[in-house]
Design a protein around this ligand. Structure first.
Ligand code: COA
Length: 464
């Protein structure tokens, strides 16, 4: 069986692409400022001293603040930024988002073009290597991914041990973590050949683990990969195949799922990507790190909103109830939300939502229309002309229509996040490669503002 070979077939990562010079989207660079103008003068009113710190790529280095002290023995100034609302943790060349304009680009390519013309495996390569593959590179990459789809039989046995009603994200997260014990060479994270090898393995095995988790939940036998099918075709076969000798893949659903994987493949420094980078900054192997990223995605604030959209649409029930529902949201002072609307970064229509809306029509032609779609469309129409939503720049996000498609394709709601994870694996791995090759990066270790008690002496229990 070819999947256990330790020989690395090729080395796609081009280390020169990891050089992290001036990003293309720096506004300072566009305005053509000289280096001397790119500084910030800080006056410390506690001491009257002034400090000049360089501004590069519209940022200052947090470490430059450390020299700002009242007394020489002070630690120096820090910034306080819970949830990293205004802290860049890395320089990256992978994904660009302009939330105000509703722009999302992978390596400079607009998401709309990739969704229309590319494939998930091509996008995975692009995110990882920085350039679109040549035909030869793509064929080679596809061949290697296809031949690493099988799981070790003991992994299958491990999955069989889960309870019948185990959440598929819990199964995915722990099984991916367990893979680290099967591939000890993955610990060699400073060896580019090993990194390439395990990147291929992870992209290849995610759909297999995901499909086994699904079959487990419905009590059906696991279906082994069919290497004659495409990446998504094989995934559908592992999900759906019964006694027929070969699963017949519907090309519309195959393409729709491929596009959904593309749309979810990366989204710069979100919660789970930050987890991937933070864990692997300790030189942890990629299976353990990716398992941590999946755990972050598991949380309802990150990967679970599309399920909430379905619940909301069911609660609304018919299009006649839409105006009353919108009124309730507005009068609820933020207590009740329009699920699938609004985004921390996008203050415009989420470009992924536009693509998904178009995709929904194609999927529904095959599966039959999800009756909740009419309510969703009416909800969007009413909300987009309502002052409350317009003023707050609340537009449909990626989750507004994706749940409707997943449901129409027969996926249960608790499986939606698993589908998200398969696509996002490409981004997590690309970000990991970038981090390992970035000379600025070290083990992630934030500071704290300590507000606890001052030093005091221990009191024995009988004297408390
Ligand atoms: N429905 C109604 N009002 C909303 C809203 C929504 N979906 N999202 C935000 N608002 C309102 C807030 O109540 C707030 O109103 P206020 O200024 O009167 O207090 C204002 O818009 C700003 O919202 P805020 O919560 O500060 O935005 P955020 O950037 O912190 O939150 C989300 C972003 C995504 C968490 C938020 O929009 C949300 O909860 N959306 C619904 C869940 C969802 O679809 N999540 C998936 C994201 S991909």
């Amino acid at each position: 069986m070819p999947f256990l070979r330790s020989r690395t077939p090729f080395l796609p990562w081009n280390p020169t692409l990891a050089g992290l010079e001036f990003p293309f989207h720096s506004s300072a660079a566009r305005k053509g400022k000289t280096m001397s103008e790119n500084t910030l003068t800080i006056r410390d009113n506690r001491t009257g001293k002034e400090y000049v710190v360089p501004v590069e790529n519209d940022t200052i280095k947090a470490m430059d603040l450390r020299k700002i002290k009242v007394n020489p023995e002070d630690f120096g100034l820090m910034t306080y930024d819970p949830a990293f609302l205004n802290t860049a943790s890395c320089k990256s060349k992978i994904t660009f988002i302009d939330g105000d304009k509703g722009i999302l680009e992978y390596r400079g390519y607009p998401i709309e073009q990739l969704a229309e013309k590319s494939s998930f495996l091509e996008v995975a390569w692009l995110l990882w290597n920085g350039e679109l593959p040549t035909k030869g590179e793509l064929d080679e990459f596809t061949r290697h991914v296809t031949h690493h789809t099988y799981l070790h039989e003991n992994i299958k046995k491990l999955m069989e041990g889960f309870r019948h009603d185990a959440h598929p994200m819990g199964m995915l997260q722990s099984t991916v973590g367990a893979l680290s014990t099967f591939y000890p060479s993955a610990k060699q994270v400073n060896d580019p050949r090993q990194r390439a090898h395990h990147t291929i393995r992870l992209i290849a095995k995610m759909p297999t683990i995901a499909a086994f988790a699904y079959r487990h939940s419905i009590g059906f036998p696991y279906v082994y990969p069919d290497n004659e099918l495409s990446y998504v075709g094989n995934f559908l076969s592992m999900l759906r195949k019964m006694s027929e000798p070969k699963y017949k893949v519907n090309p519309v659903l195959e393409r729709a799922l491929d596009v959904l994987f593309i749309l979810h493949a990366d989204h710069e420094q979100n919660c789970s990507t930050n987890a991937m980078r933070a864990i692997s900054s300790a030189q942890t192997d990629p299976y353990s790190s990716l398992s941590g990223a999946i755990s972050a995605l598991y949380g309802p604030l990150h990967g679970g909103a599309n399920e909430a959209v379905l619940t909301m649409l069911r609660e609304i029930g018919t299009i006649n109830n839409v105006p009353a529902f919108v009124k309730e949201v507005k009068e609820g002072q933020g207590e009740k939300k329009l699920m699938g609307f609004g985004h921390r970064v996008y203050k415009n229509y989420d470009p992924r939502a536009k693509v998904i809306k178009g995709l929904a029509d194609q999927v529904f032609e095959v599966t039959g229309k999800n009756p909740l779609l009419t309510i969703a469309v009416e909800l969007e129409r009413i909300a987009l002309q309502d002052d409350y939503f317009v003023k707050r720049k609340l537009y449909p996000n990626v989750d507004f229509y994706s749940g409707l498609i997943y449901e129409a394709m027969g996926f249960p709601p608790d499986y939606f996040t698993v589908l998200f994870a398969i696509g996002r694996t490409a981004g997590w791995l690309a970000q990991w490669h970038e981090m390992v090759n970035d000379p600025d990066q070290k083990i992630a270790r934030p500071r704290q503002v300590f507000l606890g008690p001052a030093r005091r002496d221990y009191v024995p229990v009988e004297k408390r």
